[in-house]
Design a protein around this ligand. Structure first.
Ligand code: KG4
Ligand code: ZN
Length: 356
């Protein structure tokens, strides 16, 4: 059966390459959001449906992979139907299917990949297994219709923090990365020790608004160098030590001040390193990933880029955290470049961006 599909689909692949307008149905199930979208010509979002599992996982303080997979199984069909309905389209109007193939939670990814393969086989449609991080980068194409590679991009999500050069729609060169925690992971861990609910990043940002960002200095020597790699574990440990020491001494610490000072340090590091990388490449700088929803980070980068004369791009907040529209854009450009997956497509928990 696997062998038959590429043969039957050959005509539709050829049609896809020439089609205008060309509509991609995208599916994203890499973590705790079941999402589907219809994207036209890689740039125009006809619909973007997201079903979040946050209320389900909140009682556990984080994502429970098995529960996430089961919820994706329940929701993927209804969410795809909603995306088609919101775009006033039916499956017959779709020219190709893009699905997140990794990185992410393996059980969660497999739900989307299996569903997309089933649809592609039933409809003889071209299929592409998209890298989730390439999707986050492509969120910028949905916000800036004229933005084209090359540019430099800071990706800051829950599982990854990279600075890459987007050489073309599908080619990425690593310029810098975290040596330990991802930015979102650091936000989530510090939020947890501050007693904030899951997901920690947005809750910490809200608390930080009431605090003084200059109240504490959470420095880590690694980030002072002139490289483009960075590290967050020392900063996270400094916050934890401060809170523990205060608790042992019976001293009161203003949690909002801690949140604001921590957020400021993370924003300083990310904006300094990303702007340094962009200066070296001579490119504009884009922001991507869930942490790009953070207003303090957007502001820090806007100011640092203005100061240094670097054009700055950041996605519409709707497309910062996980969604399928960004996958539709990335998948469209991959398929237009003649890259298609067949029914041997598999999910990969650790799919690297630079191997694409
Ligand atoms: O990209 P994303 O939605 O999922 C992954 O691919 O990981 O990113 C989720 C991460 C979480 O760690 C979450 O706490 C963080 O992004 N995040 C934020 C904000 N919104 C989401 N971190 C700081 N401030 C925010 N406003
Ligand atoms: Zn993500």
């Amino acid at each position: 059966m696997t062998g038959l599909y590429p043969e039957r689909v050959r005509e539709k692949r050829a049609a896809f390459l020439a089609k205008a307008p060309c509509r991609v149905l995208a599916i994203e199930t890499s973590c705790d959001e079941t999402a589907a979208a219809v994207v036209e010509d890689g740039r125009t979002v006809l619909s973007s449906a997201v079903h979040t599992q946050i209320p389900i996982h909140r009682i556990y303080g984080g994502v429970v992979p098995e529960i996430a997979s089961r919820n994706h199984v329940e929701m993927v069909g209804p969410v795809v139907d909603k995306a088609l309905g919101d775009a006033s389209l039916c499956l017959g109007d779709i020219d190709g299917i893009a699905v997140t193939a990794g990185p992410g939670l393996i059980g969660a990814l497999l739900v989307g990949v299996s569903y997309a393969k089933g649809l592609a086989m039933a409809l003889d449609l071209p299929l592409y297994g998209t890298n989730h991080l390439a999707g986050h980068i492509a969120a910028n194409y949905l916000t800036y219709p004229d933005l084209e590679p090359p540019f430099t991009c800071l990706i800051a999500s829950g599982g990854h923090s990279h600075i890459v050069r987007v050489v073309s729609y599908e080619r990425f060169e690593l310029l810098g990365q975290t040596r330990d925690d991802a930015a979102g992971e650091a936000f989530d861990k510090v939020a947890r020790v501050l007693g904030l609910p899951y997901p920690g990043g947005p809750a910490l940002e809200t608390l930080a608004r009431e605090g003084d960002p200059n109240a504490f200095r959470f420095r880590s020597a690694f980030n002072e160098g002139d490289g483009t790699d960075f590290s967050f574990s020392g900063i996270k440990t400094a916050v934890i030590n401060l809170l523990h020491t205060a608790e042992q001494k019976g001293e009161r610490v203003d949690r909002a001040d801690v949140a604001a000072s921590f957020q400021r340090e993370i924003c300083d590091i990310l904006s300094r390193k990303a702007v340094r990388a962009a200066k070296r490449t001579g490119d504009g700088l884009a922001l991507a990933g869930g942490v790009s929803a953070n207003k303090a980070l957007r502001l820090a980068l806007t100011e640092e880029c203005r100061r240094t004369g670097i054009p700055f791009f950041c996605p519409d907040p709707r497309y910062c955290t996980d969604n399928a529209a960004m996958i539709g854009s990335a998948g469209y450009y991959a398929m237009r470049a003649g890259r298609f997956s067949d029914l041997t497509l598999n999910a990969s928990a650790s799919l690297p961006l630079t191997e694409l």
